[in-house]
Write a protein that binds this ligand. Structure first.
Ligand code: TXA
Ligand code: MG
Length: 311
C-alpha cells in the first residue's frame, strides 16, 4: 500500500531512492533526498515538470539553511527567525556543492522549514533535507490532502519504492510566500499566508514587487488550473449573472465564495476546485476578496486559475 501514516516507512522509501509525498502546513510536497540526484530527477518526471523549474529545499532545523546557502543575506536570516517553521520560502545564493538539478540549474536556491510534525520527523530521521515541489502534475491545482495526491500522482508512483505520508488536511491550504533575498530590496515572488506587511516588519524595510520574466513558475499566466473554466468576479450580483448566463447557454456553473472568512477561503479553495471539477461543472465562478493580507494570495491563485490555458 502506497499511503501510510508511518514516518519510518517514509524515511526508508527516501533512503532507498524513492519519492514520498509529505504533508506540510501549506500543501503536500513530493519529496526526494537532496543527496540522491536520481531521486530528484524522478520528481521532475513524475510531475511532468520542466527541468529548469527549481524545487524548494525543505529543512528541519536552522543549520539546514547554511547547508544550502553560499551565504545567508541579512533579510533571509530575519525572515527565517521570524516565520520558521512556517509558510515562508527564502531564495538565497546556492552553495556550490548543492546539486544544481534541485535549483533548476540556477545559482540561487529556495529554502523553507515547513511546520508539520510528521515531515519534520522525516527530515530529521533521514538526516538530509528534502527537495519538494507541490505534489501535483505540473500546472494543476496543488493537493491539500493525501487523497488529492493519490488522485493526481497515484498512477505515476511506484508502489515498490514510493509512498504518500498522510498527515491530514493542510492547515493553510495555499503555497508558501516566496521572498527573493538575493536582490535589494527583497522581492515577493509569490504571495502566501505570510503577508507583505509581515515581511516588511521582519526585514524592517519595504519589500519590492517581483520583476523580471516569470521569476517563479507559479507566475506563469495559467497555473493552479482545474479542468473547468474559472471566472473571477467581484461581488454576488456579478456571480449570479455569470451563473445565469452559463445556464442560458446550457453550461453548468457553480459559485465559490468564502469572502467572509479568508482563512477558510485559503483552506478550502483547492479542495473546492477539485470537487467542482469532479462533479463535472463547466464553469466555476469565484468571488475574489480584496487583494491585501491573505486576500492577496487568494486573489493571485484565482487569477492564475482563470488565466489563459496553454493550447
Ligand atoms: O508551500 C510551498 O512552497 C510548497 C510546499 C510543498 O512546501 N511547495 C511549492 O513548491 O509550492 P513548487 O515547486 O510547486 O513551487 C515553488 C516555486 C516555483 O514557482 C519555483 O519556480 C519557485 O518556487 N522557486 C524555487 N526556487 C527558486 C529560485 N531559486 N528562484 C526563483 N524561484 C524559485
Ligand atoms: Mg506547485
Amino acid at each position: 500500500m502506497i499511503a501510510t501514516t508511518d514516518v519510518d516507512i517514509a524515511v526508508s522509501a527516501l533512503t532507498g531512492g524513492g519519492v514520498v509525498a509529505v504533508p506540510t502546513e501549506t500543501v503536500y510536497g513530493l519529496a526526494a533526498d537532496i543527496t540522491q540526484p536520481a531521486a530528484v530527477e524522478r520528481i521532475f518526471a513524475i510531475k511532468g515538470r520542466p527541468a529548469d523549474h527549481p524545487l524548494i529545499v525543505h529543512i528541519a532545523d536552522f543549520d539546514g539553511l547554511a547547508a544550502c546557502a553560499a551565504e545567508v543575506p541579512a533579510a533571509a536570516a530575519r525572515l527565517a527567525s521570524a516565520f520558521w517553521p512556517g509558510p515562508l520560502t527564502v531564495i538565497v545564493p546556492r552553495r556550490g556543492d548543492l546539486d544544481p538539478t534541485v535549483a533548476g540549474g540556477r545559482d540561487t536556491v529556495g529554502v523553507r522549514m515547513p511546520a508539520h510534525p510528521l515531515t519534520t520527523a522525516v527530515i530529521d530521521r533521514l538526516g538530509a533535507p528534502v527537495a519538494a515541489p507541490s505534489a501535483n502534475r505540473f500546472g494543476a491545482v496543488s493537493p491539500t490532502t493525501a487523497q488529492h495526491v493519490l488522485a493526481d500522482l497515484g498512477p505515476f508512483l511506484d508502489p515498490q519504492r514510493d509512498a504518500v505520508l498522510d498527515g491530514g488536511p493542510c492547515r493553510v491550504g495555499l503555497e508558501s510566500t516566496i521572498v527573493d533575498c538575493t536582490v535589494d530590496p527583497p522581492q515577493i515572488l509569490r504571495a502566501g499566508a505570510i503577508t507583505g506587511d509581515q515581511i516588511d516588519a521582519a526585514i524592517e524595510r519595504a519589500h519590492a514587487p517581483s520583476s523580471g520574466p516569470a521569476r517563479a513558475s507559479g507566475m506563469l499566466p495559467s497555473h493552479y488550473a482545474p479542468r473547468a473554466r474559472v471566472i473571477v468576479v467581484d461581488d454576488r450580483d456579478a456571480a449570479n449573472s455569470a451563473v445565469a448566463a452559463a445556464t442560458t447557454a446550457g453550461r453548468r456553473a457553480a459559485i465559490i465564495d468564502h469572502t467572509d472568512d479568508l482563512v477558510e477561503y485559503a483552506h478550502e479553495l483547492y479542495a473546492d476546485l477539485r470537487r467542482l471539477d469532479a462533479q463535472g461543472y463547466d464553469e466555476i465562478v469565484a468571488l475574489v476578496p480584496p487583494a491585501h493580507g491573505l486576500g492577496a494570495a487568494i486573489a493571485d491563485r484565482l487569477y492564475k486559475a482563470a488565466g489563459p490555458r496553454p493550447s
